[in-house]
Design a protein around this ligand. Structure first.
Ligand code: 5AD
Length: 459
């Protein structure tokens, strides 16, 4: 009766939230299982950023409802962004869902499950659903409590650390301000303490997470000597011994002021991989999107970062087919895309999100045009990515050994530039930084041999 399966849709923040819910449930005596067909409680932690993501979760929930016919005690919950976005209205489509919990109420999930199970045990007729999508003051701090001693969790090499939630930017296409609420930052001391604990447990790589991390602490901390609170946080995490690599996602281009650019020059643990969401390369569309930068400024940031680290890797988010995007606008995007020479990119077809300013704009772009633009950028990306990987052939890259690769026989790790690598290794090397001689490359993966001379314990 206490086996829980959590299925996560969407971004790393959602992954992190699911991990947190899992940790809280374990502490409450629930068992987190790996087989969704063999669970008593199915929780879907959902995403709303595009319609397809919502439809996927709705489809899954619709299907899962049938399980109640066989087992009336089965509990089905929808958590996270779609729960927040649609609330009780979801019950019109999915009347048998037991639990709808929004993004500021994850910490209530154990109590709600206990209540539902107690009601079942007491013979209360099934049917009353719990819906909680309220705001909660201080909910950014409840995330801290998720770092409970978690004996069952497998030791991690990399960890996500939530530093901030919500976003106040009001990009015209984006549902996130509705699903995640206003910007709230976790206290810096708490974040640093969590990173220290993680380092003590063997974590080597920290990814700082938030919807707009570059705005971290802007209302809570002052700039000191021109250094923003976000860069102050990077400095403090950098000072923790045991932490070898620092990444963050997602930033906003407007956060890349001189202090952050310079940080790449003086903080060696900061990985040379920058995810810099461009969204569009047309100034007209950027304005319509309410993105406060130009293509010229964007390229200036890229060049400034490359001036500090010539081997910097770049990735981006692009939306094709934003309302009113003409062929000329798209050519501007394509041109900037080529100029930056991305190593990685997430390319999205614009998806109408009810309640956002862009949803009601005239001149929606046809599906065919969106598809063609999407494909064109994907083709460019493939070429770029392979070219970058080919350049690494014969060179030696530092990899952080993460664990067994999917097929089990070999091991996997990532380079500082976030390239996935596959190699033979000894399990004792998990968590170590080891040089890797690159011997073969595909679009997305590097293959090679560890250079173990000098890696004392194992040689
Ligand atoms: N349609 C398509 N893509 C979107 N994104 C955000 N909102 C939409 C939308 N309505 C993309 C943006 C963002 C990424 C997380 O998702 O590129 O950076």
């Amino acid at each position: 009766m206490n086996r829980v399966f959590i299925k996560t849709y969407g971004c790393q923040m959602n992954e992190r939230d699911s991990e947190a819910v899992a940790a809280m449930l374990r502490a409450r005596g629930y068992r987190i299982v790996g087989d969704e067909n063999d669970c008593d409680v199915l929780l879907l932690n959902t995403c709303s950023v595009r319609d397809a993501a919502e439809q996927k979760a709705i489809g899954k929930a619709g299907y899962a409802q049938h399980r109640k016919k066989k087992n009336p005690d089965f509990i089905l919950g929808i958590l996270g962004c779609m729960a927040q976005n649609r609330g009780a209205e979801l019950l019109d489509r999915l009347p048998d869902v037991d639990l709808i919990v929004g993004t500021q109420k994850f910490h209530q999930v154990p109590d709600y499950l206990d209540n539902l199970r107690a009601a079942r045990a007491a013979g209360v007729p099934v049917g009353a659903s719990i819906v909680d999508i309220a705001e909660e003051a201080g909910s950014q701090n409840t995330i801290r409590d998720h770092l409970e001693p978690d004996a069952e969790a497998t030791p991690q090499v990399g960890a996500f650390v939530s530093i901030q939630q919500g976003c106040n930017m009001d990009c015209a296409f984006c549902i996130v301000p509705k699903t995640r609420g206003d910007e709230r930052s976790r206290p810096m001391d708490e974040i640093v303490a969590e990173c220290r604990t993680l380092a003590e447990r063997g974590v080597r790589e920290i990814t700082l997470l938030g919807q707009i991390v570059t705005s971290y602490g802007r209302r809570d901390y002052v700039h000191t000597n021109g250094i923003s609170p976000f860069v102050q946080l990077l400095e403090r995490v950098h000072a923790i011994s045991g932490i070898e690599r620092i990444r963050f996602t997602s930033p906003h281009p407007r956060g890349f002021k001189q202090d952050l650019v310079e940080a790449y020059g003086r903080l060696p643990k900061l990985c040379g991989y920058v995810h810099l969401p461009m969204q569009s390369g047309s100034n007209r569309i950027l304005r319509a999107m309410n993105r406060p930068y130009t293509r010229e400024r964007y390229l200036e940031i890229v060049n400034a970062l490359r001036a500090v680290r010539s081997d910097m890797y770049f990735s981006t988010d692009i939306i094709v087919g934003f309302p009113g995007e003409t062929e000329e606008d798209f050519q501007q995007t394509r041109e900037l895309f080529e100029a930056v020479n991305y190593d990685m990119a997430y390319i999205f077809k614009y998806s109408i999100r009810t309640g956002t300013p862009a949803a009601t704009l005239p001149d929606q772009v046809s599906e065919e045009a969106k598809e063609a633009r999407n494909q064109l950028l994907l083709d460019l990306l493939q070429k770029n990515s392979l070219r970058r990987n080919d350049l690494l052939l014969g060179t030696v890259e530092e990899v952080l050994v993460e664990g067994p690769a999917k097929n089990g026989a070999r091991f996997t790790g990532r380079t500082r530039g976030n390239r996935v690598a596959i190699f033979d290794a000894h399990p004792r090397l998990i968590g170590s930084l080891v040089p890797l001689k690159i011997e073969r490359a595909s679009v997305s993966t590097l293959y090679g041999e560890l250079v173990l001379s000098g890696v004392a314990e194992v040689a």
